[in-house]
Design a protein around this ligand. Sequence first.
Ligand SMILES: Nc1ncnc2c1ncn2[C@@H]1O[C@H](COP(=O)(O)OP(=O)(O)OP(=O)(O)O)[C@@H](O)[C@H]1O
Ligand SMILES: [Zn+2]
Length: 695
Amino acid sequence: MAKTVRLEVPIKGMDCAQCAHHVEKAIAQLPGVAAVEVFLAAEKAVVHGDPQQLDLAAIRQAVEGAGYSVPEMPEAPTSRERVPRHFTLLLAAVFALVLLVVVAGEWLGLFEKLNVAVPFPLGLALVLVGGYPVFRNVLRAALRRQVTSHTLMTLGAVAALAVGEWVAAAIVVLFMRVGDFVERFTGESARRAVRDLTLLAPQTARVERSGAEVEVPVGEVKPGETVIVRPGERIPVDGEVVAGHATVDQAAITGEAMPVEVGPGSQVFAATVATLGSLRIRATRVGEDSTFGRVIKLVEEAEAHRAEVQRLADKFSSYYLPVVAGVTAVTWLLSRNPLAAAAVLVVACSCSFALATPVAMLASIGAAARRGLLIKGGKYLEELARADVLLVDKTGTLTLGRPQITDVVPLNNLPAAEILRLAASAERYSEHPLAEAVRAAAAAQGLSLLEPQTFTPIPGLGVQAQVNGHQVVVGSPRLAPEAQNLPALQQLQASGKTLLLVVVDGQAVGILAAADTLRPEVPQALAQLKALGIEQVELLTGDNPQTAARLAEELGVRFRANLLPEDKIRIVKEYQRQGHRVVMIGDGVNDAPALAQANVGIAMGAAGTDVALEAAHLALMREDWTLVPEAFRLARHTMGVVLGNLLFTALYNLAGLSLAALGLLPPTVAAAAQSLPDLGILGNSARLLQAGKSR
Ligand SMILES: Nc1ncnc2c1ncn2[C@@H]1O[C@H](COP(=O)(O)OP(=O)(O)OP(=O)(O)O)[C@@H](O)[C@H]1O
Ligand SMILES: [Zn+2]
């Protein structure tokens, strides 16, 4: 029987020739497969590019040319994201209707008639039974000397009962129950963003055990085992490719829809999809330890930070409650109308104030995670929205962090190759990008390295090592002040390159010059930040002033050079003392302390690195500067929504309070009316949830 294989062809950013090529390549990797079902990711094509440019015929030809059949392209899947919005609208309509019914009932005197028709004890029983869950909560809180968002309304219901208006009390109870429901639903819809993420996690993995392939639950895979991934499958673990080539869609981790090519030696992440090609992967991290698992955990933790926002709501209540109590008392004293006083208590329900902030923040955090932007708590959105200073690390953050040695300049009679060999040997065990550059340069010349007898890194300056009986120091020219005046050094410095001095037994023997490349999207991102009003941007680097100056000038920002890691923390603190809110962007590894000290520390390219995920408050899961202005915009948008929520609720409650105090709002209508802001908040915040799903 013919075996059918399903291929997903991601089309974003590929021209049709590439597409066809990918299909051909994939088919070549599938020996013994008789039929290939090609599924074109139509949704992505529509979102990201010109579907016209995609030559489906060419792809079809490529597949059919290889002797396989291509079924008709399936319809683009409809987005399930639209559901909550429709649901919100429906809910709004129902609420409006109910409000109308209540107003009409009141106006026609139906409630009054009902109140008279049914004996009071029966009505009382109805209220007590219907309101039991709410009353119990309010009472429990009261015994702990606390108020809940429904304490006031409960008092209102009691007041209505006291004057024999059981129908009014029943309606108040009804809306308290409805309010509880809305609150739960609202929390759910924010949490959905996270749940959507967890759905991406694969459940099983195919593992090689004693020569056979076995399918096991993902949790049972152990690091070091070999996992097999077929075309179209989600990769179940973090790991290193040991064999095979594939096109991997990493959107689940990085938010980037443009797939990447992986092959032996590449790092792959759990929850990403091998769209074309099969892979054999050596698992390095599984389950909760995988990058995806940790992202989920961090987003969930951000949710749990709810308490922090809740405290704010409590603080608000402590001001709000006395005001409401005062208005109630004045109303009672002036009008002697207990129903007007009850209406004040009912309409002043503070539950929508409590909802206003967390709902918007959770929606944002969830939506951001889908775009490759990990935010560790609502607090950081708030800080980011108000930040005015941006500090930027250079190596690895503004630049690609892959410097290359461009010159080797001998200073006396030691030949260039020997200088490079000694330097590379001294750098043998350093993880610094410059050390890698030195080793790469030595390797390119076919030089074999010596084993250093001792090795000591000098943080922010260089390394010191014992090589072949010689004391070798490689690092910043600042290590040897007497070398500053060397003409060769000054000449090279003017070129804007990073310079390393090689000192052997106390004597400077050579200079290595290294050049790094600016990330291409940086100028545009900085321009956008400027447009957002972030005027103070400063480049902080351990590199020399000439290199820094050249880059800073190109980017139109200020700079400070020759900094040691502790200097960066000091500068962050300095700005903070002046009352600034500081955002620091670094590559997370050596900048971790400064990132932690900043109001918002942003780690660049955190996918797969522990330190960056831990230290920063915000992590960019892919190395892409366009995410930085996006984060600022999202933060401001979120705070705008929060403010809108609060303002709307405040104005609404003010109007309600005034009407109720004037005796113009019966408790029944007040009860129906107070639940409307919850809905406004829900709808308003859902916009944020939507914003992240444009992909
Ligand atoms: N392993 C090393 N080998 C050679 N030089 C080094 C090494 N480590 C540090 N240096 C020297 O110290 C300087 C500062 O290093 P540091 O690691 O603090 O900053 P950086 O990563 O180069 O730049 P940035 O601060 O912009 O990230 C480097 O420019 C280099 O001159
Ligand atoms: Zn309420």
